[in-house]
Design a protein around this ligand. Structure first.
Ligand SMILES: *Cc1c(COP(=O)(O)O)cnc(C)c1O
Length: 372
């Protein structure tokens, strides 16, 4: 393996993480990890926690008091969302247009749900009308806002308008901090996300939000002790400052890191950050098409932060990715399932969402394709 000069002198291997996640953290988030550790009930830490929860409300676009970072990655957010709202026999409609929608079906089924699955082709957004008409009275309608497996954005606002009495449960792991997200305006009742994509923090937390109504309709004694929102509420969300009681040891360093990233994002401005993601993605997608490559996701529903592009005929997908890693220290992702070797996934998230990054990938990918 060839190391850059900086890597040889510092012994640190630095990758450009331009895959579907994790992405490189904001420098502010990395610096915060190195600060002296605080206890999880220290008033100084609780101030950081309160501020991080407030920052999360802003990126979620919600006033929900129960908005908090769960102590595990985005997948635990998915698990928490279902285990707290779905009891044996409840009907759950799941819109499936990629890997994460499929996982939702699995998680809901494990909670005992009667799962009504509504499938859409990979690469296409979900059709809100078809989802809403799939069952007359579901308890929950679940959908993925930004399908990282295919690079597609779906219309959550339209689903919110059609949800009726159902609770709308949304995966915003890849949209949070990168795309417009207005949980309250769109009628999102339960939302989960992750820190490792556009929020620009290492993997390890799941920003979570739940409305008062959804909290009142939750499963009172869920099968999961760790992710029981009723118990967590005593520590975060409901309680403020000193009133908190111990449930589990909050990962204080990670929360300080999240707080620093949120401060960074809000200082730049939510609109400006989203605009930066949009411009980076558009530059990348235009450049790929100029190189003669074909995009995978349907036009009009393409995520700027996660681009899916078809591997050209006769090119070995894995060899190109290995070349990028070895010669450019650049990581991009493969496709999922039957698209594993026919699609690449390129993420420009968090600090990587710049036009310079887009230009860098275009150049490196062009060279790697020629080499391979
Ligand atoms: C990454 C991702 C997840 C899972 O998050 P982890 O941090 O890997 O647990 C869930 N949903 C979507 C849409 C994702 O992109």
């Amino acid at each position: 393996m060839t190391l850059t000069r900086a890597e040889r002198t510092t012994g640190v291997l630095e990758r450009r993480l331009f895959g579907p996640g994790p992405s490189n953290p904001y420098p502010e988030a990395t610096e915060a990890l190195a600060r002296p550790l605080l206890g999880h009930l220290d008033p100084a830490f609780l101030e950081i926690m309160d501020r991080a929860c407030e920052g999360l409300r802003q990126v979620w676009g919600t006033a929900n008091r129960r908005t908090l970072p769960l102590s595990a990655t985005g997948s635990a957010g998915m698990e928490a969302a279902f285990v707290n709202t779905v009891a044996e026999g409840d009907v759950v409609v799941v819109a499936v247009n990629g890997l994460f929608g499929e996982r939702m079906c699995d998680v809901a089924a494990r909670c005992g749900a009667e799962v009504v699955r509504v499938d859409f082709p990979y690469g296409q957004p979900v059709d809100p009308q078809r989802v809403a008409e799939a069952h007359p009275a579901p308890k929950v309608i679940a959908a993925v806002h930004a399908e990282t497996s295919t690079g597609v954005r779906s219309d959550i606002a339209a689903l919110g308008e059609l949800k009726g009495d159902a609770l709308l449960l949304v995966d915003a792991v890849t949209s949070i901090g990168g795309s417009e997200l207005r949980a309250d305006d769109w009628g999102v009742d339960i939302g989960y996300a992750g820190t490792q994509k556009c929020l620009g923090v290492a993997p390890g937390l799941a920003p979570f939000t739940i409305s008062d109504e959804a909290f009142d309709r939750r499963v009172p004694h869920p099968r999961s002790w760790y992710l029981d929102l009723g118990m967590l509420g005593g520590y975060v969300g409901e309680a403020q400052g000193r009133a908190r009681t111990y449930h589990h040891t909050a990962p204080t360093a990670m929360i300080a890191s999240l707080d620093a990233a949120l401060e960074r994002i809000l200082d730049e401005g939510l609109e400006a950050v989203r605009d930066r993601h949009r411009r980076a993605g558009e530059t990348l997608q235009a450049g790929l098409q100029e190189m003669g490559l074909e995009l995978f996701a349907a036009e009009g529903a393409r995520l700027p932060q996660l681009t899916t592009v078809k591997v050209p005929e006769g090119v070995d997908s894995a060899r190109v990715r290995a070349h990028l890693l070895e010669h450019f220290s650049l990581e991009i992702g493969a496709g999922v399932k039957e698209h594993a070797s026919s699609v690449w996934r390129i993420g420009l998230m968090g600090p990587n969402a710049t036009e310079e990054s887009a230009a860098f990938v275009l150049d490196a990918l062009g060279r790697a394709i020629r080499e391979a």
